[in-house]
Design a protein around this ligand. Structure first.
Ligand code: SF4
Length: 319
């Protein structure tokens, strides 16, 4: 039986919500590369303290983790939900009620993690939040693997983009995610985000001070991969050339091997301090002015287990 065939949900009919452009009828139950039909599935929702300071703030980011992923890197630290399908079905009304409950926690923003393949649901939800006069910043936390049409539409409904720039090396993108075209697709998507929203609008007023919660703009993330430092150096050089030294950039060092990394060389280990230092030094040499970074080992409390009610140990110790 076809569901959601009309209105907000028609994009599921011949799905081209991401660059994979599978053209399957998800309303009829078909699944494309993201592994999901048009039935909304969510793995976890709650205040999250593992994002960058202007995003997590002091009250947390209201994070929603969707099941499935259009990019599907084998090393994903969220592989239980992105590749293994852990999650629960939600009706549209249930989704709205759950998000309103999240808002009551006092979070600084609503943070949609890799939402591309469920964008029609998210768009519908945000329209519902607007009807409730909710003005909390809406944040797209994505893989960087987006169509330009989807970025432009997301920009109409949301305030902050937190895209990854994972791969500058097409060969590595092919090996990790079967997406050789990722480097240019992601760059164009990020450029489009910056055009629409500018750079993230929250920085500490003085050295050592807390950043106020961000309300608008773009912050790009790059996860350093073990044994693939050249990819990171090229990623930073390319971002600097295309978007300038003031691009807000977050260097992430929390790579943690999952079961799918077995037998895959360097992917079976965390990054080393030396690898991190080489990438950090490159960011400094390139003159990035707005840089977040995390020393290796610091992010261990935010390696999730989505079988737990609260998947992140780092969130459990909060009041
Ligand atoms: S969202 Fe899923 S089904 Fe749609 S094009 Fe992307 S991978 Fe394919």
């Amino acid at each position: 039986m076809a569901i959601h065939a009309e209105g907000f949900f028609s994009p599921y009919q011949r799905c081209g919500l991401c660059p994979r452009s599978c053209n399957v009828d998800r309303n009829a139950g078909a699944k494309g590369r993201c592994g999901e039909s048009a039935v909304l599935r969510i793995s976890s929702m709650g205040p999250h303290f593992g994002e960058e300071p202007p995003i997590s703030g002091t009250k947390g980011s209201g994070t929603i983790f969707f099941t499935g992923c259009a990019l599907g890197c084998f090393f994903c630290q969220n592989h239980q939900i992105s590749r293994k399908g852990l999650g629960e079905n939600y009706e549209e009304e249930e989704f709205l009620v759950a998000v309103l409950a999240l808002v009551r926690h006092g979070v600084h923003n609503i943070n949609y993690v890799t939402p591309d393949h469920f964008w029609p649901h998210v768009r519908h939800l945000i329209s519902g939040l607007r009807r409730h006069a909710l003005s909390l910043p809406q944040l797209i936390n994505g893989s960087g693997y987006h169509t330009l049409d989807s970025v432009r539409e997301m920009a109409e409904y949301t305030d902050i983009f937190l895209p990854d720039y994972k791969f500058a090396d097409p060969g590595l993108a092919k090996y990790c995610a079967d997406a050789e075209e990722y480097p240019e697709i992601a760059l164009q998507a990020i450029e489009c985000m910056v055009e629409q929203k500018g750079f993230l609008n929250s920085w500490p007023v003085e050295e050592g001070a807390l950043s106020p919660p961000a309300t608008k703009g773009v912050l790009v993330r790059h996860l350093i991969l073990p044994g693939h430092i050249e990819n990171s150096l090229l990623a930073l050089t390319t971002l600097r050339e295309r978007l300038g030294a003031y691009l807000p950039l977050s260097l992430m060092s929390q790579y943690h091997p999952n079961a799918c990394c077995a037998g895959r060389g360097h992917f079976q280990r965390p990054i080393t301090q030396e690898e991190f230092d080489r990438v950090f030094d490159k960011a400094m040499d390139l003159g990035f002015k707005n840089l977040f970074y995390q020393d290796p080992g610091v992010g261990a409390a935010f390696v999730p287990d989505f079988r737990e009610a609260e998947p992140f140990e780092g969130n459990r110790v909060r009041p």
